[in-house]
Design a protein around this ligand. Structure first.
Ligand code: AMP
Ligand code: ZN
Length: 114
C-alpha cells in the first residue's frame, strides 16, 4: 500500500509539519485552498469515516480538540474557521487516509454547501 499520508508520517516524504503527538500529526496542505489550510491526520491508517469503529473514539475526539488548539495557535479562533472531512468519491476525497481540513484566515462565506 502506498499512502501519501502514511509516507509523511513515517518521514519517507517531507511534510510541512506543525504538530505531532503519539496519536496524530498536523501539517500544511501542499495546495492550500485558504490562507490557513492544515491537515490533521491520525497516525493510524484509517481510509475514511466509513472505516472508523468504536475503538477509534479517542483519536477521533483528539482530532477535533487538536484542530481547536491549532486554530488558537494560528489566531483564527475569533474570525472563525471550517473543519471539513471529505468522505468518498462524491465528496472528492483524494487521499484515502482519514484527515480533517482546518480552513481559515479569510472570509469563506458564500462558498456553497461547504
Ligand atoms: P481530500 O480531497 O480531502 O482527500 O484532500 C486531500 C488533500 O491533501 C488535498 O487538499 C491536497 O492538496 C493534500 N495533499 C496531497 N498530497 C499532499 C502532500 N504531500 N502534502 C500535503 N498535502 C497534500
Ligand atoms: Zn495511510
Amino acid at each position: 500500500m502506498d499512502c501519501t499520508f502514511c509516507n509523511i508520517i513515517s518521514g519517507k516524504i517531507p511534510g510541512d509539519m506543525i504538530y505531532q503527538d503519539r496519536d496524530l500529526v498536523a501539517f500544511r496542505d501542499i495546495n492550500p485552498a485558504t490562507r490557513v489550510h492544515i491537515l490533521i491526520v491520525p497516525r493510524k491508517h484509517i481510509e475514511s469515516v466509513n472505516d472508523v469503529s468504536a475503538s477509534d473514539q479517542t483519536v477521533l475526539g483528539k482530532l477535533i480538540i487538536t484542530a481547536k488548539k491549532i486554530a488558537e495557535h494560528m489566531g483564527i479562533t475569533d474570525s472563525g474557521y471550517k473543519l471539513v472531512i471529505n468522505t468518498g468519491k462524491d465528496a472528492g476525497q483524494m487521499v484515502l487516509h482519514l484527515h480533517v481540513h482546518l480552513l481559515g484566515g479569510e472570509d469563506m462565506k458564500g462558498g456553497g454547501l461547504c
